[in-house]
Design a protein around this ligand. Structure first.
Ligand SMILES: [Zn+2]
Length: 225
């Protein structure tokens, strides 16, 4: 199988990515956008027919805005953790649990996790999944901590898409462990598991691509709290 590369498919404050191999797997569906899913895929050079799967790293609404459009356009199944799916099917995103006072304020500003319509994902995961049958050389791993249903995707090139497990905002010198966490010890455990994968680079939904040493830095920081 050809090697699998990672590209931004949905730009903006919450990035959506494309894993491109023999087929395309989209990861996350971005925050609200003035552009249609069709225009965004066209700009990214992705044919809707080449999309075999849409994976959700978790169920916060700033990762779901274009999901109904993307699903209609590509007709690809939606994969997410079973715990994420349970929320989405009831018409809600996953709960936002801030771990610092600043993020308590910010998360109030970001508003409700209520969806316009319930979403029924097609493939529910609880254990690692091989994505080769979807045309990309990568695996999905449960990495809870940001939310109970958080997933990461690791390619055979040792690159990882980690959703919001780590975040890097403008003016920050390095990425930090997520300030939103339902369970900080689980967040630490998941970050430790990523560390043990000997990754080359990581792709964050908020902050783009970082190198592995920033994960080490974030681990030192979270362990000292
Ligand atoms: Zn999130």
């Amino acid at each position: 199988m050809n090697s699998t590369s990672i590209h931004v498919a949905i730009p903006g404050m919450s990035l959506g990515y494309a894993l491109v191999g023999e087929q395309v797997v989209l990861v996350d569906a971005g925050a609200s956008s003035t552009q249609s899913a069709q225009d965004l895929l066209k700009k990214a050079g992705i044919s809707p027919h080449s999309v075999s799967l849409i994976v959700l790293t978790h169920g916060h609404t700033d990762h779901l805005a274009l999901l109904p459009q993307l699903q209609m356009l590509t007709n690809a199944p939606i994969m997410c953790h079973k715990k994420t799916a349970q929320c989405l099917a009831k018409g809600w995103g996953e709960e936002v649990v801030p771990r610092t006072p600043l993020f308590q304020i910010l998360s109030r500003l970001t508003g409700s996790q209520k969806l316009k319509e319930p979403i029924s994902p097609h493939i529910l995961v609880e254990t690692p999944q091989d994505l080769r049958s979807f045309g990309v050389n990568a695996h999905v791993w449960p990495t809870p901590g940001h939310t109970p249903g958080s997933l990461s995707i690791i390619t055979e090139n040792k690159e990882a898409l980690v959703g919001d497990l780590l975040m890097k905002f403008p003016l920050q010198r390095h990425a930090r462990a997520s300030m939103i966490s339902h369970d900080v010890s689980l967040l630490q455990k998941s970050l430790g598991e990523l560390q043990s994968q000997d990754l080359k680079s990581l792709y964050l939904s908020h902050g783009g691509k970082i190198l592995a040493h920033e994960l080490d830095q974030a681990m030192i920081e979270i362990q000292s709290h």
